[in-house]
Design a binder for this molecule. Structure first.
Ligand SMILES: C[S@@+](CC[C@H](N)C(=O)[O-])C[C@H]1O[C@@H](n2cnc3c(N)ncnc32)[C@H](O)[C@@H]1O
Length: 296
């Protein structure tokens, strides 16, 4: 298993977490109206794609299928490359006739090897909220700028942790308490709780144009209601024991787990009939066609 350097990353990398990431992928694509790539991004000229912090590589495998269906030039295969700081969750890539897929180790805060510079028509990033400290985003955005071709697009999806809410008024106490603990934990780890606006303003500073943020509430449509509650409950349950420890509520792991479980049991009881969700924010931007000549 490859690993590059010590990091702040707040999730584990075991088989269970890989399965969760894969299920989360299906859920998020559904939240975005079954759009892997935002409709505002022209897909006709996408031939090379990078997925930064790829995890299991699930987004990239799906992209190979989706782009493959639209390929008007089957003699020219897609080039898809997933990068991650750890290979612990990389999953085997099925052979595709119309796509070459690669996964490799790369810290997105370090410059990419020269062969990747100016190589990609499209760069995808999803959920680094639990990994990048404030002040590190600009490095990642600069590296994305460098690996994109002129005129290429990026799409970066992040959660807005501040937006966790239910449709119950007043909010269930266990939900308010879990959100408060999570936000405190994220803040105290030096991470942003809602990075999208910051990504957008840094991307502007670095030279991207056509910048916009698309918002998607995970529970906005009736068929997502139960799915969203189950997804968010699972995620909060996963993070809560470590939050208890880092915030000094417990010093032993088993005590932290017990306290977290008590809170989560209450959460499940109070939210059993509720709509519970958060807002996913998708930042989209374009690298100018020519140096210094920006788009919008
Ligand atoms: C929450 S997972 C998301 C995985 C994938 N993007 C997805 O949505 O399924 C975050 C991923 O970011 C990776 N990661 C954390 N810090 C990183 C860094 N500095 N450079 C590259 N990848 C990083 C982790 O190893 C993990 O695979």
């Amino acid at each position: 298993m490859g690993e590059i350097q010590s990091e702040v990353y707040i999730l584990s990398r075991d088989a269970e977490e890989s399965a969760r990431l894969n299920r989360q992928h299906d859920f998020l694509v559904e939240v975005y109206g079954n759009n892997l790539i935002h409709p505002s991004i022209p897909k006709e000229n996408i031939q090379s794609v990078a997925d930064i912090a790829t995890g299991t590589g699930i987004w990239l495998r799906d992209a190979a299928t989706v782009l493959g269906m639209q390929n008007r030039n089957p003699s020219s295969p897609y080039y898809l490359h997933g990068f991650d700081i750890s290979s612990a969750q990389f999953q085997p890539v099925p052979t595709q006739t119309n796509a070459e897929i690669y996964l490799s180790l790369q810290n997105c805060l370090e410059p990419f090897p020269p062969e990747h510079h100016g190589r990609y028509d499209f760069v995808h990033v999803r959920l680094l909220i639990g990994a990048l400290r404030k002040g590190e985003y600009e490095l990642a955005i600069k590296n994305i700028f460098d690996i994109l071709k002129p005129g290429g697009y990026f799409q970066w999806e992040e959660a807005n942790a501040d937006s966790i809410t239910s449709d119950i008024t007043p909010q269930p106490p266990s939900l308010t308490e879990s959100r408060r603990l999570l936000l405190d934990y994220v803040e105290k780890s030096g991470l942003f709780t809602m990075p999208a606006n910051y990504i957008k303003s840094e991307a502007k500073r670095i030279g991207f144009g056509n910048l916009h943020i698309e918002e998607y509430n995970t529970a906005s449509r009736p068929h997502l209601r139960d799915w969203s509650r189950a997804w968010l409950t699972r995620l909060v349950r996963l993070l809560m024991p470590m939050a208890m420890i880092r915030l000094g509520k417990a010093s032993e792991e088993d005590v932290a787990r017990e306290m977290a479980e008590e809170l989560m049991a209450e959460f499940e009881r109070e939210c059993a009939e509720a709509t519970v969700g958060l807002t996913m924010e998708m930042v989209i931007g374009k690298k100018p066609e020519r140096r210094g000549v920006c788009c919008k």
